[in-house]
Design a protein around this ligand. Structure first.
Ligand code: ZN
Ligand code: ZN
Length: 394
């Protein structure tokens, strides 16, 4: 059992854990990852890699050139933390009030550096190159687009993109590699319903946007229940409803805002069309006017089927075939999708929960923490998956 990286990854365990804990103590929010980027750049320079900093504001890119020609594989790790006050009582607790690595990106960064170290040791046999991408600002969905705008997908353009997420809905010791859509596209939508305000006692003299907004909220439920193929999947959520300032006044306008999630581009287009039609049509029927704005946040993470098959087989060597899940999907989103758009990619989940140790809080919870065995599993799998492109016998 185990890949060619097993012995090395076990030897690197103290370093991987210590680095993750150091990053955990010093969380940095989106586009503020200067300390983290400095640590990443220094570690990559120490390996002798060609390192670029300031890519997409605070991102770091390193190119590992093998001795022989071959394909380019992109390996991505995200670096940002969240504006959450940590509630864990551990010695590596966040030292920055109001900021916390509550999604596991500290682990991703530490894993990425371990993978760079392990692959760098094999560069003489390597056919091709590995582009290591340490990405900022995943939590706001802007880091990957910013790095792409700064050319991360050029010179050289990757032939494949891979990455992982530590995953606290799966127990440590399991891995999930799912072919096809795995994480959803996300759009932010907003609708301003305008009418004519007036006295609450004289509704007949107004065009009431509160009633129109209420009808819109109900009518929008039919997008998923009546328009989307029951075998497809989508979410229409209204997370914000704002209107009015006094109990006896009918306001002039009401604001609705929410998130739209889908796996397929056609479904996403259908949702956009129906949201607009419903908001505008219902508002018009009630004498009001709706102004709809839809802002794309991320694309769907759509895993290449062949690549997923290959990485699932490697995962079976890492954790045993019985611990490899092929069916884990979420309507959560990831800007990794941009690094996989038009490039075959695979984004997989490393189980990191351990209920026995109280480490099974969900991502973004103030008590989120991972079982650090997941770091070693993640590093072995990510290194082996990257090696499958550039090393003759993995
Ligand atoms: Zn997150
Ligand atoms: Zn995350």
């Amino acid at each position: 059992m185990g890949t060619g990286f097993r012995a090395e990854v076990l030897a690197l365990r103290p370093e991987i854990v210590e680095r993750r804990r150091d990053l955990h103590r010093h969380p940095e929010l989106a586009f503020e990852e200067t300390r983290t980027a400095g640590i990443v750049a220094a570690a990559l320079q120490e390996l002798g890699l060609e390192v670029q900093t300031g890519v997409g504001k605070t991102g770091v890119v390193a190119l590992l050139e093998g001795a022989h020609d071959g394909p380019t594989v992109l390996v991505r790790a995200d670096m940002d933390a969240l504006p959450i006050e940590e509630e864990n009582a551990v010695d590596y607790v966040s030292t920055t009030p109001g900021k916390m690595h509550a999604c596991g990106h500290d682990g991703h960064t530490s894993i990425g550096l371990a993978v760079a170290k392990m692959l760098n040791a094999r560069k003489d046999e390597m056919r091709g190159r590995v582009k290591f991408v340490f990405q900022p600002a995943e939590e706001i969905g802007q880091g990957a687009p910013a790095m792409i705008a700064d050319g991360v997908l050029q010179n050289p353009r990757p032939d494949a993109s891979i990455g992982l997420h530590l995953w606290n809905t799966l127990p440590v010791g399991t891995v999930a590699v799912t072919a096809g859509p795995t994480m959803s596209a996300a759009d932010d939508w907003q609708c301003v319903v305008s009418g004519q305000g007036g006295h609450g006692a004289s509704p007949h003299e107004t065009r009431d946007p509160v009633v129109a907004a209420a009808q819109i909220v109900i009518a929008l439920q039919t997008v998923t229940s009546r328009n989307i193929d029951p075998l497809d999947t989508a979410v229409v959520t209204i997370g914000v409803i704002h209107g009015g300032s006094a109990y006896n006044c009918i306001p002039t306008s009401v604001e609705l805002r929410g998130t739209l999630r889908s796996y397929r581009k056609e479904t996403q287009e259908l949702i956009h069309r129906r949201v607009r039609e419903i908001c505008e049509g219902v508002a018009a029927a009630l004498g009001c006017h709706a102004e709809v704005t839809i802002t794309p946040i991320t694309l769907a993470v759509d895993n290449d089927p062949d690549l997923s098959e290959r990485i699932a087989a490697i995962a079976a060597e890492v954790v045993g075939a019985e611990n490899v899940r092929r069916d884990v999907r979420t309507m959560g989103s990831e800007d990794m999708a941009y690094l996989m758009d038009d490039i075959p990619g695979c984004y997989f989940f490393i189980g990191s929960a351990n209920a026995g140790k109280g480490m099974d809080y969900p991502h973004h919870n103030p008590r989120f923490d991972i079982d650090e065995d997941a770091l070693v599993i993640g590093a072995e799998l990510l290194a082996s998956a990257a090696a499958s492109f550039v090393l003759p016998e993995g």
